[in-house]
Design a protein around this ligand. Sequence first.
Ligand code: CMC
Length: 436
Amino acid sequence: MKEYARLIIGGKELRLPVITGTEGEKAVDIRALRKETGYITYDPGFANTGSCKSKITFMDGEKGILRHRGIPIEQLAEKSSFVETSFLLINGHLPLRKELTRTSIMLNDQSMVHEDMKIFFSNFPRLSHPMGILSAMVNALRSFYPEIIHTEEDFEKVFIRLLSKVRTLAALSFKISRGHKVIYPRADYTYCANFLNMMFDSPVNPYLLDKDVVKALNTFWILHADHEQNCSTSAVKTVGSARANIYASISAGIAALWGPLHGGANQAVIEMLTQIHEKGAGIKEAVEKAKNKRSSFRLMGFGHRVYKTYDPRAKIMKKVCDKVLPKLRINDPLLDIAKALEEVALSDSYFVEKNLYPNVDFYSGILLRAMNIPTNMFPVMFAIGRLPGWIAQWKEHMDDREQKITRPRQIYTGLNQSAYVPMAKREAPAVEVPEE
Ligand code: CMC
């Protein structure tokens, strides 16, 4: 039997349909609200707003559950590869062997970028952040590959191109920023091995692939592959909802991810831990500062909009650090500091009462450091990992007949109608306004 919510507002009763998801989560369908009553809803940050129906990712923030196309993240992290997980997210099912082989061949075929793109790179100022460069370069891909997506085959070509070329662009940006010789992708390497080789091989020091590092990178990217309607994914979909091309949409996602409250947090965590390690800023002091409402400082890598318990990705990331660092004979003092910081925070009533636990970014930087990835490349690593999620969510959005251009309403709180005052008669406003 169909369920309804009854809303009595402005002297009128409205029956609003209830939508139930496959895992039992419920939503009130308010689409008729404004038309029927003149009212809108107020929900800054959209914390209570479902923007779509989706079959891609399920999260239960109270229980710490994350599943892609029904498969728990723990199983994917242990058993899958990043390319396989990308296929799963985008196509909706695990690939057959021949499908996975075909995807790998196509990824290799698409791995080169147009040589002219290297000229773009060379003209960014030396200190440019790699995320700014990556966002600009992904937007530029549209000029190099202007075809429009009409069919499923066109879409496949474009998503393979994005997955393959963004990885190459990221490695290129690293090499060019160092003034080093660019290393091209190789057809005999898998996706993750290829990335590591493009990053670290050089004519003087051939890079020796380590299977533990390749596995760790696969896990790192699987853990970042999708997270339903997060800030950057919503940015991708918002831009896409205006029918802007997929490259512009993904470029917007990269820009959103750059922020320190989102994907930039992995860089911010390492900077925070380094501060504690090198400058002697204490662990307790960091926790106290994060609690102080007069300070804008937050404990980076802690807290999440959806998870009100330990982020399941952070649990896996911590285990991977504990396994991989000793294998690589790395003793990173930042790992000990992170664990001590976690212990102090999790026994502090502020963090306990607000349900603030480590999120994916808390331990991820330590793993990236062990792979020799420079700190300012950390958000780029997140971006490569999140690509399949952005692409899958973009596609689902484009195919969803219920979707419209994203265009929230507002509650206007400014001046009521007032007349234009000629310059000679104007008085200084009571409050200082900055000059344009
Ligand atoms: N340190 C100190 N206080 C915090 C923190 C933190 N890391 N996170 C949240 N709070 C407090 C916040 O001040 C607020 O307190 P009050 O209710 O007294 O005003 C309360 O907890 C709720 O926080 P919120 O900002 O309303 O929660 P939100 O859901 O809007 O924000 C968040 C989620 C992730 C932006 C936030 O927890 C945060 O800024 N964390 C640090 C940055 C970070 O690690 N970001 C990575 C997120 S996971 C990966 C990703 O999605 O990119």
